[in-house]
Design a protein around this ligand. Structure first.
Ligand code: NZQ
Ligand code: ZN
Length: 378
């Protein structure tokens, strides 16, 4: 096992009424002006907005709103949020939404305390932010586990790059399964598959095999698979939803990653697919994963065999990858780029060229191999 330091900065409030029960106490700790960040309006339709604003009003907070954060949030949108947070001298940021709102808010928190361009600072000058506006997240769409880490995936449209920027960790996260019951089923499943992907991306990193992180990971993967099936059978099951939400947090809270260098090569390729097509993250992963794994499994055959046995109950690495592909089909996720409406293969070359290669992947893929993988995804 590699050496590691484990500490956890985010306090989690999990369960029904978690916002009503815990937000007032949390809000006492912070200053008066709260930047409430959210997306395109789903929370206004399902009543979450009214509930949260009422709590903030009861706490006597001055609420400044920043809405319209889109899926696959753009750097331009993040910069607007930074400017607003600076102008209104915000004391605290409350992000209410899914991964996109939660990610964008991390960079708003860092950018509001930073003099200069966040993208250039991190990618050109290699300066990481050190000061942040404190933040809380209320998760209304789950899967990414973004509430449990300090990375934000932001699309720089000018540079055609969807890449991580590093921001702050949340001071607290509210996970109320009831808040997620209005998510469209398509989003529930794509989000839960994203969780499974995070687990796999960690599992296939190094070192592989006989270690506690991988054994816990296998249990989380089995749980996600079981609860996706249960959710599809009974969408109203609060139990299955709760399990999936906590699994999403487990995927990204660092416990599965202790002692490991993660893989995340599939994510890097999917992020660039997202930069060029603005596609749904979970859908892109579902299409790429089996194809990518068929290309690389021989470089880590023992771990792929272990995955087949311990996660899918199959005997060989090939059968494990087939079980994954069959599962993707079974749960109604797309299996080809065409099903996602992506038919222009002229984007494959720039996507391959701009895809980050990860140190934890069992094979260092060339541009040509990535193009081949994308062609097989067609
Ligand atoms: O925009 P509104 O109207 O709010 O609608 C949202 C949005 O369309 C809707 N929604 C949210 N809560 C709802 C609801 N609809 C009904 N009822 C509710 N309770 O659902 C959609 C959510 O979209 P989004 O936030 O984009 O989805 P997701 O949570 O999958 O986040 C995806 C983003 O996270 C990044 C992805 O790349 C993508 O940009 N990721 C972030 C990670 C991280 N920071 O750790 C890890 C992931 O691998 C991922 O890359
Ligand atoms: Zn993901």
């Amino acid at each position: 096992m590699n050496s590691f330091t484990f500490t956890y900065p985010t306090k989690v409030y999990f369960g029904e009424n978690a916002a009503k029960d815990n937000l007032p106490g949390e809000m006492e700790k912070y200053g008066n002006t709260v930047l409430l960040t959210y997306g395109g309006g789903a929370i206004k339709k399902n009543g979450i907005y009214d509930e949260i604003v009422a709590i903030l009003n009861d706490c006597g907070k001055r609420v400044v709103e920043f809405s319209g954060i889109m899926s696959n949030p753009t750097y331009k949108k993040v910069c607007e949020g930074i400017a607003l947070a600076k102008e209104k001298k915000v004391d605290f940021i409350l992000a209410v939404g899914g991964g996109s709102v939660i990610d964008a808010s991390k960079i708003i928190s860092a950018g509001a305390k930073f003099d200069g361009d966040m993208w250039e600072a991190q990618y050109v000058k290699h300066i990481m932010p050190t000061e942040f506006i404190p933040m809380g997240a209320v998760v209304t769409a789950f899967g990414t586990g973004a509430e449990m880490n300090n990375g934000a995936v932001i699309t720089n449209e000018e540079k055609m790059q969807k890449s991580p920027l590093w921001g702050a960790s949340y001071d607290f996260a509210v996970l109320d399964p009831v808040y997620t019951m209005t998510m469209p089923m398509k989003r529930v499943i794509s989000g839960a598959f994203d969780t499974l992907s995070h687990c796999m991306e960690t599992y296939f990193g190094t070192p592989r095999g006989d270690n506690l992180s991988d054994e816990i990971n296998e249990a989380v993967m089995r749980s996600v698979i079981r609860n996706i099936r249960m959710t599809l059978k009974g969408p109203e099951s609060l139990h299955a939803r709760s399990e999936l939400i906590w699994a999403a947090a487990m995927g990204e809270n660092g416990i599965l990653k202790t002692g490991k260098v993660t893989d995340f090569q599939c994510h890097m390729l999917e992020h660039q697919l997202g930069a060029y097509t603005d596609c749904n993250h979970g859908f892109g992963l579902a299409v790429i994963h089996p194809v990518l794994y068929r290309h690389i499994y021989k470089n880590a055959e023992e771990q792929f065999t272990r995955f087949a046995k311990n996660v899918w109950g199959k005997a060989t690495a090939e059968e494990g990858i087939k079980a994954l592909a069959d599962f993707i089909k079974e749960i109604g996720l797309p299996t080809t780029l065409a099903e996602m409406g992506i038919t222009d293969d002229s984007i494959f070359k720039p996507i391959a060229k701009s895809t980050i290669r990860t140190p934890g992947c069992c094979k260092k893929l060339t541009d040509d191999e990535l193009i081949e993988i994308l062609n097989e995804c067609k």
